[in-house]
Design a protein around this ligand. Structure first.
Ligand code: 5GP
Ligand code: MG
Length: 175
């Protein structure tokens, strides 16, 4: 990608792959005998989820939930709604939420509370990226890829106005 004010590479694809493999090793240690249910938050986590589960060599299941988020802008609206729910039954399951990036924490804090009410056997969070400087709601990230600066990132499933999800590297947008 090359344009004067266009995106710049923040995390090249080789580093992304390295991070995903390391997360998969951590998750394998904890879940190899638990047949976990991995729940991805749509749409941003779908590329990460696809790569992550292909590094996991044990029985598992995958589901997705869609939450309202930024809409078409780059600011969070503050209120979160379930736009497309789960098909899986959660009671007794070992649930691992898979998220692309944690910013204020609003989205994932909402989802954790929502899922807790469904009585899973355990509930943990895996996030590829974290912007800790932006946190407004406390969130425990059990498996973290890496922290990033307070910049708007795109690529590897993460969009702005639905564009850039297909980029294999992770970029940041110049403000
Ligand atoms: P929250 O502020 O609730 O933690 O983040 C809400 C959602 O905004 C996340 O699920 C994530 O998909 C999206 N998001 C957060 N930071 C960024 C970013 O830098 N770029 C893009 N494209 N989405 C982001
Ligand atoms: Mg998201």
């Amino acid at each position: 990608m090359s344009s004067k004010v266009g995106p710049r590479v923040l995390i090249p694809r080789a580093e992304v792959a390295f991070i995903v493999a390391r997360l998969a090793a951590e998750i394998s240690r904890d879940y190899h005998d638990k047949t976990p249910l991995l729940i991805g938050i749509l749409k941003g986590s779908f590329v990460f989820m696809a790569d992550l589960i292909r590094c996991l060599d044990f029985p598992l299941e995958v589901d997705f939930i869609r939450l309202s988020s930024y809409g078409r802008g780059t600011q969070t609206s503050g209120t979160v709604r379930v736009v497309q729910g789960l098909r899986s039954k959660l009671p007794g399951r070992h649930v691992l939420v898979v998220e692309d990036i944690i910013d204020t924490g609003t989205t994932v804090a909402f989802l954790i509370e929502y899922l807790k009410k469904k009585r899973p056997a355990s509930l943990k969070l895996c996030a590829l990226l974290d912007k800790p400087s932006r946190r407004r709601v406390p969130v425990t990230i059990d498996y973290l890829g890496r922290a990033v600066p307070d910049k708007f990132v795109v690529g590897y499933g993460i969009d702005v106005n639905e564009k850039y999800r297909n980029l294999p590297d992770i970029y940041y947008l110049e403000d």
